[in-house]
Each structure stands twice: as C-alpha cells, then as structure tokens.
Design a protein around this ligand. Sequence first.
Ligand code: FAD
Length: 530
Amino acid sequence: MEENRCKVVVVGGGLAGLAAARMLSGYRRGLEDVVVLEADSSLGGRIKHITGLAPWPVEVGPEFLHGRKHSSVRRIAEEMGCQIRELPYHILLCILHSLITISKFDRYYLGHEGRMVSSSEADEHTDILHVHQIFERLAEEDPEVPDMSMAEYLHCKGVNRVVTQLAQSFYANDFGCSLEQLGLRECIEEAQQWIYGDTYLILDRPLSSIIDYLSQGLQVHLNWPVVRVEYTEDKGVRLWSQNGSTICADYLILTVPMKILQECVVEFDPPLPPSKLKSIQSIGMRNALKVIMAFSESFWPEDLFDVICTDCFLPEIWVTQYPDVANEASQRTALGQFVVVGFMAGELAVAASQLSDGDILLQALSQLDSMFGTIIGSTTLNAEPCSKPSCVFQDTIDTMNSDSQVLEPGGEMMDPFPGVAEMPHKLITRSELHHPEMASWDWKLKPASTSFQGGYVMNWELQEYVRGGYTHPSLHAHGARRTLAEPLLGRVFFAGEATHPGVNPCLQAAFDTGQRAASEIIALANPSRL
Ligand SMILES: Cc1cc2nc3c(=O)[nH]c(=O)nc-3n(C[C@H](O)[C@H](O)[C@H](O)COP(=O)(O)OP(=O)(O)OC[C@H]3O[C@@H](n4cnc5c(N)ncnc54)[C@H](O)[C@@H]3O)c2cc1C
C-alpha cells in the first residue's frame, strides 16, 4: 500500500466495518489492501464494556445475540471457541384452541398496581397476552397497509391503557423509541423478515473479544474521524480527516451510525443525491440509556432474568450473571458482586438524560426498592435472597484511557480479553449518591438502596461518534433502508445496522450489511468470480 492510497477504505470500526474489512482481506485478489478508519480511540463502535463494577466486564452497549439461527455473529463466536448460553425468549401457548407463539419475558411489574406478575401468572393475564398477540400477528399483516404509528395502530385496535403501557415498555422500548415514533410498516417488515429465531444468546466473554478477533491482521487507523468524502466514477474516493490527513482508495464502505449522517458530520462532494438524503432523514435513531447498578447482595428471586415494568422510571431491567474470569485480566476489585441493568430508550431516555447520573441512579434504586422491597421473604415469588458474601467497599475508580493503535497486517494475536473496546469511565459509588436518609433505611424495605455499592449510567447520545442508541422501525420510512444501502457511482458503498433491509438494528444485521457491502465490491472488481 502507498502511504495514502489503498484499494478499499472502510469508515467505521464497529461490527459492520470489521465484517466488511475481514471479508475483503480474506478474499485477496487485490482487494486485501483494506484500511479501516475509526474516529474513536478504540474499535468496536457500540460494542463497549466497563470493568471495576462487577466481577465481569459489564457491557454498556449490546449484550445479547438475538436468535440462534442464521446468525453470522454466532458462527464467529463458535469459530472463536466461545461457550454460548441460551435464554428462552418465546414459548408456545395454546390460546383459543390455536397454537400461537407468544413472546414472553420472565416477569412483569405493573407499576400502577405496585405488583409483580410471575411468568406463570402472565400466561393467564389478559392484557399481557393481548399485547404479545398484537405484535406477534404483525407478521400476518398486509405489508402494503397505509403507514401509521404503532400508537395509532393500537388505538385503532381499541386496546386499554395497560396494553398500551406494556407495548411501550416491552416493544417500543426494545425497538429504541416510543410508540408514537414506531412505524407500523417497518414493524410489519421486521416481523416478516426476522429469520434468526427467538432465543437470546450470551457469550462467556465480552463482545469486544469478537471485535479483537475480527480485527486481527487488519490495517486500522484509530483517531481518524472522516469529515469529508470526495468521490468520482473514474478516480475513486478521497477522504479527509479532521486534522487534514487524506487517504485515497478505489472503493469506500461507509458504516457510520445514522446520526452521524443525519447531523452531516461527513461532507460529501458531490452532495448525496436527494433520494439518499430523504432516506437518511426518515430513519429514526433515538437515545438509549443503560443504568447499571452493582450490589453487595442479591435481593431478587434466584431464577429471575428479566422484568418488563410499566409506569416506572426504568421500563426494563435484567439480571445477568457472567463468569468472572474475564475480569482477571484487568486485575480490578469489583464494587459489587451482583448487577442489575436497566434499559430505557426513546423519549424516556431523552427525559432521563436531563437528570444528573446520580439522580438517575437514585430513581432507579427507588424503583427497585418498590419492586423488591415488599416481596422479600414472600413465598409466592421464591424471593429468598441469596447468601453470597458482600464485596469490599471501594472508592471511585477511574479507568485508564485506551491508547490509540494501529494494528498492522499479520500483527500478534492479542490477549484473550484485552478490552480494546473498554470505555474510559468513572463509576459512581454509594458515598457519592448523598441521600441523607440512606444510613437509616431498613434493608427489607429498601434492599436496592441499602445494598447498592456503585453504578454507571451510559448515555449513548453523548458518544461523539454514535450519538444515539440504534435505528428503530420508523414512521414513513418504508423502503428507506434499501435506498440508503444503494451504492453511489460504483465507488461508495453503505453498510451498518441502519442499512439492513429487514429493519434489524442488531449485531448480526450490522455484520451482515458489512459482508453485503464487501460482496458488492467483490462483484464489481471481479465480476467473473461470482
Ligand atoms: C444500549 C444498546 C444496547 C444494544 N443491545 C443490543 C443487543 O443486546 N443485541 C444486539 O444484537 N444489538 C444490540 N444493540 C445494537 C448493536 O449494538 C448495533 O446494531 C451494532 O453494534 C451496530 O454496529 P455498526 O457497525 O453498524 O455501528 P457502530 O458499532 O456504531 O460502528 C460505527 C463506527 O463508526 C465510527 N465513526 C462514526 N463517525 C465516524 C467518522 N466520521 N469517521 C470514522 N469513523 C466514524 C464510530 O466510532 C463507530 O466505531 C444495542 C445498542 C445499544 C446502543
């Protein structure tokens, strides 16, 4: 490679970019001369974790692989020798004499009643069954139906307030937005094109290990934020970074998040065509917040995994336990032995991000106190707290900043868990929350607040090179993802989760779009090989 020229330049070192670069470099025949340009100081994009909070690295972005079938990311994980755990997500229920699939989470907390609904109770709860039926049956809807928001769609179906609340907390929040922003036609498309199955998969190591694996041997330039792209049919592309560096290539694969395109962080010359601009503006990407809390004791039933919460601050919480082997690499003492993760997206996340991180944690703890405080000792939910040892209290931990690095081709295999995608972060400890009455609280009534050891709030809007959570099925955006994915002049190719035609803002979608863009270049460069 000449110093400032390569065959293919990939912008963005997230899963999509690395999938594309790896495929091209493995294909050879002249296309292996690939350079990945990443704006951030580490690879991984939305795949990031923090250490020091729990005895395992805690994912602050994606955590689960959705579905076990057709998943390229699962195949990579297996190739790496990962142990994969499966969490059931859907079950079959017999309703009205017909067998239908019902999405079913572990438990539900109905905030307006102040009541936890167990999974067996949920099987007979009319509103819970109703909301799942509505969303499951989207796959049977006419894809050409006039578009409307899911809020309007539910209104047309005449559902009650509880069903609407469940739809917001379960489906809209998971899709990354509010019911008003969730578009019916893209929801139908997503339901009809989902081919991955219904389980949640968890790896035995942080997702950044996949990033480390994929990036081995690739030429990567970190801290290289692209600000300008010039492209012509005959000469290819020239890219500028913020500090004036340039690089030329025959082909470009652009994988930056949707917000980066919407906020015109990258200037194009010639400007992007109107159809492309229209699709960029029509695909929604809202904020997402992960609220991660570490505790000295577990105060929830031992078999609990996930709770969907209506009329609450956090619409969804989950409890995941990982092997602690991964943290050994970082030599850190964990603040707590048990972790609860809260997830909020869309308008809820926007509203919450007006609060300080400390206030977010206080609200989240207060919700957990309400949910679990009154049920401790109750036989109905088997809520006997585990008797695991408390962890040692520890003051604020500042993690080291990741240094920028260039991974040269044929570079050394990295450590098993080097934390390339570990974020620089500051944990908030118990002593920093400053609630005047905390010391006098009764553990049984306020189990979360009293056993809280430390927490972290990940606000994705504040990540300079992501600026939100992920794209969601959007109103009046039907077909926009295909338009967005179309190449320009046979030189500029588009990948990244937003470009998946099946409206699939997941890890495997990101990966598949990277491979799709790489195949488009292979087809152009070597048509006879296809
Ligand atoms: C909180 C949260 C939870 C999630 N949970 C799950 C989950 O459980 N399961 C799941 O499957 N998916 C989940 N997702 C979605 C998943 O993370 C994404 O779909 C996927 O990681 C997107 O990969 P990508 O390569 O398309 O984009 P990214 O990972 O965002 O990569 C894009 C890269 O482009 C870089 N970049 C931006 N601008 C520039 C520039 N100007 N120049 C150079 N580089 C630039 C960015 O720094 C970034 O590294 C979650 C996402 C979030 C935020």
